[in-house]
Design a protein around this ligand. Structure first.
Ligand code: FCB
Length: 442
């Protein structure tokens, strides 16, 4: 039933703010997520990433855990403010050392490091100057990229510039549910442009600093399907597809911003300067896709004001996030990236599910998560058989962790974390994944 090529990557993913803790240790600067989570009312139950999984102190144990599980790749992000506490200028050597030791330990354990340079934790000092809405942030990102790739590029080959720029821009600057908590669509559109530009300009820099670099970007992609064949529903679904998927895919594929969306947004796009669109379309080695669910859109259930895709129909199954379980959407997304956009290689950089786990007699039995992962892997296997260039799969997440606005209330790990004791317990999904990897790699 399952077929995966030799050399396929089997990984797990995390992100700095969600697991590290040590928010103000060893010279780390404040990030927008520190500021946001410390602001009352922004995160459920007042949770913060101050300690999180304490990975900053427990990384050796976590690398050993990955080795036991048999992973051959690990995707993590570097915290910009740990490396450049003010966003640019002064480098914090302790920050570099932390990631350098982690990289060495991973290589020693035969686990390929995959670094995401930006997984949402912008230094607060840059936010104070306008954050992603200001063009100057692009140069700051390049300075940061240069610093990290010079320090680690002798050992790290795989680089993801950004994680989910749609979320950074629109959830952070338009919906206000993520840091920095702003509520302006025009700000979000400018932020999206500067994120894309930062990505595009970073790609050649990564290549210059690392021999044989494998450089790309990770997008949250989600098919937006009409709830009925009516013209109104089709139009509404096309709008959400433009908003979430095409606004990023099109410029990356050198097609410019989708005109239907430019018209709908009514933004003059005055922040675009000559050469920007070419820079954004710098050829990538791969696109990373984070896939969780689809959207099913009904015209009369969509408010463009609210700017959120509201699915009307949920299948028989949903996760603790209220997200529909729909594995076929992953297959369709991979097909689109390959057949419609022609990206050279695709990695699934996140896929997974939150369920309410409980510990019983020291065991965490999570059949729903196991089944979610297994059914999505079936789709990956089918996609590969159909000729799609899928090269690796990273489960989200290695550990239960700080789930942004939901704090610690949502558990995505294949490893359970007891936040009081920091004890890690491999869930049955994790044990299954581990066996599966071994079977697929013999
Ligand atoms: C993605 C994020 C990741 C995690 C999962 C559940 O959007 O990239 O950090 O929160 O969702």
């Amino acid at each position: 039933m399952f077929q995966f090529p030799k050399g396929f990557l089997w990984g797990a993913a995390t992100a700095s703010y969600q697991i590290e803790g040590a928010w103000n240790e060893d010279g780390k600067g404040e990030s927008i997520w520190d500021r946001f989570s410390h602001t009352p009312g922004m995160v459920q139950d007042g949770d913060t990433g101050d300690v999180a999984c304490d990975h900053y102190h427990r990384w050796r144990e976590d690398v050993a855990l990955m080795k036991d599980l048999g992973l051959n790749a690990y995707r993590f992000s570097t915290a910009w403010a740990r490396i450049l506490p003010e966003g640019r200028g002064r480098v914090n050597p302790a920050g570099i050392d932390f990631y350098s030791r982690l990289v060495d330990a991973l290589l020693e354990a035969k686990i390929e490091p995959w670094i995401t340079l930006y997984h949402w934790d912008l230094p607060q000092a840059l936010q104070d100057k306008g954050g992603w809405t200001e063009r100057a942030v692009v140069d700051a990102f390049l300075e940061y990229t240069d610093t990290v790739t010079r320090a680690l590029g002798d050992r790290v080959k795989n680089w993801i510039t950004l994680n989910e720029p749609w979320v950074s821009a629109f959830v952070g600057y338009e919906m206000g549910r993520h840091a920095p908590g702003h509520t302006s669509r025009d700000e979000a559109i400018a932020a999206a442009h500067h994120l894309l530009l930062a990505h595009g300009k970073a790609v050649p820099l990564i290549r210059a600093n690392c021999a044989n670099a494998n450089a790309g970007v990770t997008l949250n992609l989600s098919p937006q399907e009409p709830a009925s064949p009516s013209l109104a529903d089709k139009k509404a679904a096309a709008w959400f597809d433009g908003y979430i998927n095409r606004w990023f895919l099109d410029p990356l594929a050198a097609r410019g911003y989708p005109q239907d969306m430019v018209n709908s947004f009514g933004n003059k796009m005055e922040f675009i300067q000559p050469g920007d669109m070419d820079a954004i379309a710098a050829p990538v080695d791969f696109v990373g896709v984070n896939y969780y669910m689809r959207g099913v859109i009904r015209a009369d259930n969509v408010s463009e004001e609210e700017n959120e895709p509201r699915s009307v129909f949920r299948g028989d199954e949903e996760t603790e996030m209220g997200w529909e379980v729909y594995p076929k959407g992953l297959y369709n997304t991979l097909g689109r990236l390959h057949f419609e956009y022609g990206f050279p290689a695709i990695y699934i950089t996140e896929n997974g599910a939150a369920f309410a786990d409980t510990v019983t007699d020291g065991q965490v039995d999570d059949p729903a998560r196991l089944s979610y992962i297994k059914r999505h892997l079936e789709m990956v296997s089918r996609a590969i058989n159909a000729g799609m260039p899928v090269k690796g799969y990273f489960v989200w997440s290695l550990l239960d962790n700080f789930e942004w606005g939901f704090g610690f209330s949502k558990r995505f790990g294949i490893v359970y974390v007891d936040y009081k004791t920091q004890k890690r317990t491999v869930k049955s999904s994790g044990r299954w994944y581990s066996r599966f990897i071994r079977e697929m790699t013999v």
